[in-house]
Design a binder for this molecule. Structure first.
Ligand code: PMP
Length: 348
């Protein structure tokens, strides 16, 4: 299908691409590139899923304002969906997240409310709850809303099953932000591809699952306090300072075979390597997941099929450490090329 009734029909059906240079020769390493979604991330799926579920249940009324706490990609996806469907949108985000994310959401017509960085993810969520209660707005509640994993069960998981039909998928490697991708895909793999090992990556400096320390919650499932194992990490969109309910539910399903801790510098290097060696331009959590997939590959048996999720585009990180070493001015090498012919070169 190449003609669509609206942009919303282009969400999902992202490509699975073979890694040719960065993978060890004894395995088949594949990546699922969520940057192919219309607004460049896996969160376009969640945005469409939660809004359509709320429309269907009657929870979201025509013209009602939608509000969400998000580090960016969910807000950008929601901004697209709300623009296309005609809902006003308010996004609450911590001021520490990258500037281009805020500007993107405002470009798509959303209002962006910034919370002070020291309040972290839990503070951002409490502000959202306060605003929703005061103004009667619809909260999409990405961290607890079952419509989030349901959408991944219906789309992401089905695509994966179809793409490996007739072959064994030996490992599926992912991270978690809300845990929507993890839970939705794990539900289907557990039933239809039970031999697939599910590997979950988290930041080395925020091993919330790895710590096996419980998360305290309010009755609605949102966090009651930050998790003690959390410290800052560069993987924007991964592992907030609490274990989301949807992630905990995935743990309780006992579908996770392995948890890997990924150092921040490995994540950044893998993202840069994917761009330079494979032409695959993705963000920091993609690099982090890929770092995990390379660890899996190193120990995997010959011929194993490994699928690694790549959640978003690298274009979202121009003002972050991902681009810290990329100069804006000509380097010495580039100056030498410039000076190798006469045009534009001053004749002293
Ligand atoms: N990577 C990035 C860049 C994200 O924005 C998100 C979502 N917050 C994820 C990974 C994780 O996806 P999920 O919420 O489905 O766990």
């Amino acid at each position: 299908m190449t003609r669509y009734a609206s942009i919303l029909e282009t969400v999902g059906r992202t490509p699975v691409v073979r890694i040719n240079k960065l993978a060890p020769a004894h395995v088949k390493l594949w990546v699922k590139i969520e940057a192919f979604n219309p607004l460049g991330s896996v969160k376009d799926r969640l945005a469409l899923g939660v809004i359509e579920a709320a429309e269907a249940s009657g929870e979201l009324k025509p013209g009602q304002t939608v509000i969400e706490a998000t580090s960016g990609n969910t807000g950008i996806g929601l901004a697209m969906v709300c623009a296309a469907k005609g809902y006003p949108l308010v996004i609450v985000m911590a001021e520490s997240f990258s500037i281009e994310r805020r500007r993107l959401m405002r470009f798509l017509g959303a209002k962006v409310i910034l919370t002070p960085a020291p309040l972290k993810a839990t503070g951002m969520i409490e502000k959202t709850q306060e605003l929703a209660a005061k103004h009667g707005w619809f909260m999409t509640r990405q961290f607890e809303n079952p419509a989030n994993p349901d959408m991944h069960e219906r789309t992401t998981a089905r695509e994966i099953i179809d793409d490996f039909e007739g072959e064994n998928l030996d490992y599926w490697v992912t991270g978690y932000g809300t845990g929507g991708t993890l839970q939705g895909v794990a539900r289907v793999l557990a039933k239809e591809s039970p031999k697939t090992k599910i590997v979950v990556c988290e930041p080395e400096t925020a091993q919330l699952l790895g710590s096996h320390q419980a998360q305290t919650r309010k009755p609605d499932g949102s966090p009651a306090a930050g998790h003690p194992a959390w410290t800052p990490h560069p993987m924007q969109g991964w592992t907030p300072d609490f274990i989301p309910l949807l992630t905990e539910e995935a743990v309780d399903m006992q579908a996770i075979d392995q948890i890997l801790a990924i150092p921040g510098p490995d994540a950044i290097r893998c993202s840069q390597d994917l761009a330079k060696s494979e032409g695959i331009f993705v963000g920091i959590t993609s690099g982090a997941t890929f770092a995990g997939a390379l660890k899996v590959a190193a120990d995997a048996p010959a011929g194993a099929n490994i699928l690694c999720m790549l959640p978003d585009t690298g274009e979202r990180y121009l003002s972050t450490p991902l681009f810290a070493d990329v100069p804006a001015e000509m380097t010495d090498d580039e100056q030498a090329i410039f000076r190798s012919t006469p045009i534009g070169v001053p004749t002293a």
